[in-house]
Ligand binder design. Structure first.
Ligand code: NCD
Ligand code: ZN
Ligand code: ZN
Length: 385
């Protein structure tokens, strides 16, 4: 079996360290198996699932369910984060040691909780002791509650109370200080504001063990997208303004943000048809990530090809301590073939994901994964078409 990859890029299978698959709890949005098909179609061979399922991934039992389902039903490698606290109220810390032993690669608050600083401090000390990274979703729900879009001209125009940048930045600053104090490894997820990027840049300069990720929607579109596609552009943290988009790109370019991660967050059409204030936050991202990275970062000359590839492979893998993301002697044959010149138009009807909530429908992109291989088995292939 010979694959002719002339003119194409043969790279280590891509690694996405931030996806929300919805099993257990919401199989109508996504299952581990449909999420994995979506990952494969996007060129990803390894993913790290977030724990805001129902029940949340806060016990060894639920974690083992997710990892086992991944092994049995997913075409890509499924890793998982575990919740820092039980349930969504966030009053009691989970058994971090046994969860780590059972395979949790990182710990996250479940994205809906505001945690008591004393609890978070204890969690950071425990994470330092266990040497496991904390992945912070960075949303202060006191400050952001009620808003759907970035607080600014667009939110005003649409009568939305808005989400201030400060809601994200306060938690970034807080968690950086916890990491600095305890020596724990901190990964800041989906950084969306200029000051958020700057806080990470400064912390790194002082030697704090902090890494950051940028999501494709935060380096490609602004809050004005909500004027075009309404709730499909509603995501946490929100799409910001041109200056923030530029700052996220600058952060990726100077190494402040080591990783590109999708924050793939599927929701049903029915949910996204609700009024702006009631529709859930989130967009599907696995199948557009490569196209957006090439179009907005590589072809635009903002990021070198090698840097872009590192941010989709070896860097995220190293942050989470995964065995994936590089091709070395003896490593698994997790391989992706990318066509950097392929021009295509985003059509959510074609997604392998069970959900279609993308603000990119109709957008013309250049660059696409055309073949994905996991452990030497082809799991996605459009080279024959
Ligand atoms: C996430 C989801 O849907 O699970 N949504 C999102 O907009 N990123 C959770 C969250 O981060 O609020
Ligand atoms: Zn989030
Ligand atoms: Zn998320």
């Amino acid at each position: 079996h010979i694959i002719d990859a002339s003119g194409l890029l043969v790279v280590p299978g891509l690694v996405d360290i931030h996806v929300h698959f919805r099993d257990p709890g919401f199989p109508q949005k996504e299952t581990i198996s449909s999420g994995a098909l979506s990952a494969a179609a996007g060129g990803f061979t390894s993913v790290v699932c977030m724990p805001n399922t129902k029940p949340s991934i806060d016990t060894v039992e639920t974690l083992e369910y997710v990892l086992r389902t991944g092994l049995e039903q997913a075409v890509v490698k499924v890793y998982s984060s575990a919740a820092l606290t039980y349930g969504i109220e966030g009053k009691v810390l989970t058994e971090m040691e046994s969860l780590k032993q059972a395979g949790a690669v990182t710990f996250t608050d479940d994205g809906r909780t505001v945690m008591d600083p004393k609890l978070v401090y204890t969690a950071f000390r425990k994470a330092a002791e266990l040497d496991v990274p904390i992945s912070s979703h960075c949303e202060d729900h006191h400050l952001v509650s009620g808003g759907s879009l970035n607080q600014g001209e667009v939110s005003n125009q649409l009568g939305d109370p808005g989400i201030p940048r400060l809601g994200e930045e306060l938690i970034i600053a807080r968690d950086i200080l916890f990491a600095e104090e305890t020596g724990a490894q901190l990964h800041i997820q989906h950084v969306s504001t200029a000051r958020g990027v700057q806080l990470i840049r400064e912390a790194k300069a002082r030697g704090v063990r902090v890494t950051g990720e940028g999501a494709p929607h935060h380096f490609s579109i602004t809050d004005e997208q909500a004027l075009l596609c309404g709730t499909l552009a509603k995501v946490n943290p929100p799409l910001r303004t041109k200056e923030d988009v530029e700052a996220v790109i600058a952060g990726l370019a100077d190494g402040t943000l080591e990783a590109i991660a999708t924050d793939h967050a599927p929701h049903t059409a029915e949910e996204k048809a609700r009024p702006l204030g009631e529709a859930p936050f989130g967009l599907v991202g696995l199948e557009t990530a490569v196209g957006l990275t090439f179009t907005f970062l590589v072809h635009s000359g903002r990021l070198s090809l090698m840097d872009a590839l590192a941010k989709l492979t070896v860097n995220p893998s190293e942050i989470m301590g995964l065995p994936s993301g590089r091709l070395t002697k003896g490593s698994d044959a997790d391989i992706t073939i990318l066509d950097p010149q392929k021009e295509w138009t985003v059509d959510p009807e074609q997604f392998k994901s069970q959900s279609r909530n993308s603000p990119f429908a109709g957008m013309k992109l250049k660059g696409k994964a055309v073949l994905t291989m996991v452990n030497g088995t082809v799991v996605y292939d459009e080279m024959l078409n």
